[in-house]
Design a protein around this ligand. Structure first.
Ligand SMILES: Cc1cc2nc3c(=O)[nH]c(=O)nc-3n(C[C@H](O)[C@H](O)[C@H](O)COP(=O)(O)O)c2cc1C
Ligand code: SF4
Length: 706
């Protein structure tokens, strides 16, 4: 095969299976099975898309060996009965059909179970507070304050669980999977027992290194006994737990040696226990390759293949890591949710067309695992949705105007052009990007620029006609068959503030990027300067990013929010890192430059009055405090719909999407554009809610056409 990335596309052997290339889908719980745990059509579609993309091996995510005592998500896969075999067999075939080896990960979530919601099994009795864990405590009020009690398994239960794991592995083999992986990472049951930090037992399964390894080794040995010693068994474990008293690299090297000795066929290296979530589900702040130290060291201690992962996105880097012998295989989890065709694009050298995962965790972790919904991706609305495959080129191209070059407008324009419509995109400023452009200014959010670059490149390569610095008129729009309004949101000052209200600055102007050397910079944009002490008023990403930017340039920042908890509507692990930085520390494995001043957060409060050099803040109980400050920035936003209303009043066929419909995050904007495309019908049927409907019954079509 002719490819510039030859190391990625070199075969490798794991036990008795040969992978055709080194790109591996890391296990991801896509929460898409039936509520019983049986494989669904969505599971099949999702995994076969990834297999089609050309991975060498696909490890299906957390599959419960004993759903009665622990299931990581309410719609996670289950393998605790023979009735699951037919579905698992279809899943394995849907992967193998495209040349990938199919491996199934067995995971008992232990203390982090979503089901059942009581009697959580662990190595040790304790109360835990893990709002971001896959156990979804965040959806239960006050979980963080109260925590949840978990209990130590009895020795008999541990012995029984060894057989339960082996039986599940046997079913996986029976279903036709090429191998099985044990999930012994991230603080779940096997990992909990291995951890010197979590395991306080004093029986043969706790205490010394040998005792902590006993449960996992017994499971490996029992699987080999039941499935045959040639049946490939992989183990995923966390190299660093990033807590004092937790496992570190030195012990992990010993773990690797012991696992090799026990007949494990490959090591899949990960990071974290749920007490240290930043390193396990690395949000945007984590740089590419931060875990390479782990496989580099462990490879020196063992001969079996080693797989590394976490924030690997760029093929040049991945290829180089294999070439330098730092890892044998490249593991991708979120990247393949975001773009299942990563391997294919790499193979054919279409690198700039890869939609790189921006590690936002908004679609996959927050909106799926946390909210207990099926998997999605913030910037790939097609993730897990077969409806997108059914989209076909139109035979009746329409002239579509898209107003607004933010993420919603660009995604709608790009996809409409792909369908064959004639699209004109109007952007009133000199730069495409809209609300995501400010993110470049918040240290740790640089990956947002990956998305901005990708979508701007796709627009440039498409047939979309782009009219920059153009605010269209009603007359312009009358030339189109249809208008998509994506004019975004604008900041505003909430009512009920007295005094020098004009001094309150809009956040868009404060975090406007001043780097005129950037090829995209509109040149005429001038950011607003602020003084030494700045009050950031509001919540959500506008306030988080504004505060992060100002703190990073040495300002004293005070956030005022009317919410009970600042940032509670945003992604939890991102907030975990953000809060650490606000407190002048950092999350595990990171070493950003501490801010000059800690960021102060005043919750349950609002600004009442603006005076010269100070403001009056009032809390929910009407207590007032005066805060000295040089500037105030509002981060409240509302839809920018003046022109949309004009178009509606003029009787134009117009559809409103993204922030101009309802302010939200990037995921909301991109998915709104996707929904528009899925529903768009060239016969223009708009229902009473101004929504498209398509595929209406023939008799209704007939009635409407007369
Ligand atoms: C939504 C989601 C589900 C995950 N499910 C699993 C899982 O079932 N088993 C597992 O070992 N790791 C799981 N992980 C961790 C990933 O495999 C991976 O280690 C992590 O996302 C970092 O790597 P990445 O940057 O390639 O995504 C999950 C991560 C996410 C975001
Ligand atoms: S939602 Fe964000 S983190 Fe998750 S796969 Fe998509 S881009 Fe990556």
């Amino acid at each position: 095969m002719e490819t510039q990335f030859k190391h990625l596309f070199t075969p490798i052997r794991i036990g008795n299976m040969v992978l055709k290339n080194r790109i591996v889908h890391e296990p991801t719980d896509v929460s898409s099975s039936h509520s019983t745990g049986e494989v669904s059509e969505r599971d099949i579609h999702h995994h076969s898309e990834i297999a089609k993309g050309g991975v060498g091996m696909l490890i299906v995510g957390a599959t419960a060996p004993d759903s009665k005592t622990g299931r990581p998500t309410v719609t996670g896969l289950v393998a605790d009965g023979d009735n699951y075999i037919p579905g698992l067999a279809r899943l394995a075939q849907s992967i193998q059909r495209y040349g990938a080896k199919a491996v199934c990960q067995l995971q008992h979530p232990g203390r982090q179970s979503a089901i059942p919601r009581h009697n959580y099994m662990s190595s040790t009795d304790r109360v835990i507070k893990l709002p971001w864990s896959a156990g979804h405590e965040i959806v239960y009020a006050n979980a963080e304050e109260t925590g949840k009690a978990v209990r130590a398994m009895t020795t008999e239960e541990v012995l029984e669980m060894i057989d339960i794991f082996a039986e599940a592995a046997w079913r996986v083999k029976q279903a036709g999977f090429d191998g099985v992986e044990l999930h012994a990472a991230h603080g779940y049951l096997l990992s909990d027992f291995m951890s010197p930090y979590l395991n306080n037992r004093n029986d043969r399964f706790g205490g010394s290194f040998e005792n902590r390894m006993r449960f996992l080794l017994a499971v490996v040995s029992q699987i080999k006994a039941k499935c045959g010693k040639d049946y490939p068994v992989l183990v995923r474990y966390s190299v660093d737990e990033w807590v004092e008293g937790g496992r570190d690299l030195a012990e992990s090297i010993e773990v690797a040696k012991v696992l090799e000795e026990a007949g494990v066929d490959a090591l899949d290296l990960s990071q974290c226990i749920q007490e240290t979530p930043g390193s396990g589900f690395d949000p945007m702040q984590y740089p590419e390759g931060w875990t390479m130290y782990a496989s580099e060291a462990i490879k020196k201690a063992v001969k079996i293949p080693v797989l590394n992962s976490h924030t690997l996105r760029n093929p040049e880097y991945c290829d180089q890591m294999i070439a330098e012998g730092k890892t044998d295989m490249i593991g991708l989890a979120r990247q393949l949710l975001c773009d299942p065709y990563w391997p294919l694009k790499v193979q054919y050298g279409k690198v700039e067309d890869i939609r790189r995962c921006i590690s936002c965790l908004e679609g996959c972790w927050q909106e799926s695992m946390m909210a207990q919904k099926e998997i999605t991706c913030a910037i790939n609305p097609a993730c897990g949705r077969a409806e997108y495959d059914a989209l076909k080129k139109t035979e009746n191209p329409q002239k579509i105007a898209v107003v607004g070059g933010g993420p919603a407008g660009m995604e709608a324009a790009r996809r409409a052009a792909l369908l064959g419509h004639k699209v004109t995109l109007f952007e009133k400023s000199g730069e495409l990007g809209g609300a995501i452009l400010g993110c470049c200014m918040a240290p740790g959010k640089e990956k947002m620029k990956w998305y901005a670059d990708w979508i701007r490149t796709q627009i440039a390569k498409s047939n979309v006609e782009v009219k920059m610095n153009t605010a269209p008129t009603l007359k312009d729009h009358k030339k189109f068959d249809f208008v998509v309004n994506a004019t975004g949101a604008l900041s505003y000052v909430p009512e009920g503030v007295y005094g020098e209200v004009d001094r309150i600055k809009p956040f868009e102007k404060v975090i406007a990027c001043p780097r005129v050397k950037c090829p995209y910079h509109p040149k005429d944009r001038k950011p607003e300067k602020v003084g030494e002490t700045v009050v950031v008023w509001g919540d959500g990403y506008p306030a988080i990013d504004t505060a992060t930017f100002l703190a990073s340039i040495g300002k004293k920042v005070i956030i005022v929010t009317d919410q009970k908890e600042f940032g509670s509507a945003t992604e939890v692990i991102h907030m975990y890192v953000t809060r650490k930085r606000f407190a002048q520390t950092d999350a595990e494995a990171l070493d950003s430059k501490p801010y000059k001043y800690p960021v102060t957060v005043i919750e349950n409060s609002r600004i009442r009055e603006v005076r010269k050099g100070e403001i009056v803040v009032e809390d929910k109980a009407f207590n007032e405090q005066v805060i000295a400050c040089d500037d105030i920035v509002t981060c409240y936003v509302r839809p920018n719909i003046a022109f949309y209303q004009e178009m509606v009043d003029a009787g134009l066929k117009v559809f409103n999407i993204g922030d101009s419909d309802r302010p939200g995050n990037l995921s909301h904007a991109v998915h709104a554009a996707g929904d528009f495309i899925l529903n768009f019908d060239d016969k223009f049927i708009l229902n009473a809610n101004n929504c498209f409907i398509k595929d209406v019954p023939l008799e209704v079509q007939d009635i409407l056409s007369k």
